[in-house]
Ligand binder design. Structure first.
Ligand SMILES: C[S@@+](CC[C@H](N)C(=O)[O-])C[C@H]1O[C@@H](n2cnc3c(N)ncnc32)[C@H](O)[C@@H]1O
Length: 208
């Protein structure tokens, strides 16, 4: 698989620097961040191993934070593919823009609920994959439902919504929008994490 090496704009943050940035943001916005530390390398691998990278041309990431998944996604992605990363926290957006210099990456400040507008502004129609690390159980009322509905519309037929969460809360939201959902637990994360793989089937695509 061909990959483009990452160039860094600023001095790349150390592992501890990333954790420190993440923890400071958790203290400022606990409900929005939903976790004290970033995801583990094992969780990153188990989520990204499910992706058909050769067929992926638009990959969307919700809640990239300090880039725990963003960098590995870019390492795996095709040279012609694009990564659209959407985060509600402006400090994380500024951090990612300063840390990662890759022409395939577009980082936007806003809510995942507006994913279709961001995709269209980036010059695309639909996404092949959407990966989410946002804490659905602590979002304001109705926002999780809206994000799942918009995600279903934003995916191409056969596209997949990949979600990692500490709670099972999101299962009900996914069930309302997707009829093919696989769930498992990734124990090699602190704390252990539930992962969901929700596929947009052709019948749902026709109904959209
Ligand atoms: C648990 S952190 C995940 C960070 C990183 N992806 C990881 O796995 O370590 C949750 C992220 O979701 C972002 N977030 C929360 N609500 C959001 C929303 N409605 N739209 C986009 N991002 C959101 C937060 O700012 C934060 O970056």
């Amino acid at each position: 698989m061909a990959s483009i090496p990452l160039k860094t704009k600023a001095v790349p943050a150390s592992f501890l620097g990333q954790w420190s940035m993440f923890f400071r943001q958790f203290v400022k916005h606990p409900g929005m961040i939903g976790s004290v530390i970033p995801s583990s390398p094992a969780l990153v691998s188990s989520m990204l191993d499910q992706v058909d990278w050769q067929r992926t041309r638009l990959f969307v990431e919700y809640g990239p934070g300090v880039g725990t998944f963003t960098r590995p996604v870019l390492e795996r992605m095709h040279p012609d593919a694009k990564l659209l990363a959407i985060d509600l926290n402006l400090d994380f957006v500024a951090w990612l823009e300063a840390q990662i210099d890759d022409p395939r990456l577009r980082v936007v400040h806003g809510s995942a609920a507006d994913v279709r507008r961001f995709i269209s502004e980036a010059g695309h129609q639909q996404a092949d994959y959407i990966l989410s690390g946002i804490p659905f159980s602590t979002l304001p009322d109705g926002v999780g439902e809206l994000i799942c509905a918009e995600t279903q519309r934003a995916l191409r037929p056969g596209g997949e919504f990949l979600v990692y969460q500490y709670s099972a809360f999101v299962r009900r939201l996914l069930t309302g929008q997707f009829n093919d959902i696989a769930e498992r637990v990734e124990w090699r994360n602190i704390p252990p994490c539930r992962t969901f793989r929700a596929m947009k089937t052709v019948s749902l695509a026709q109904a959209a």
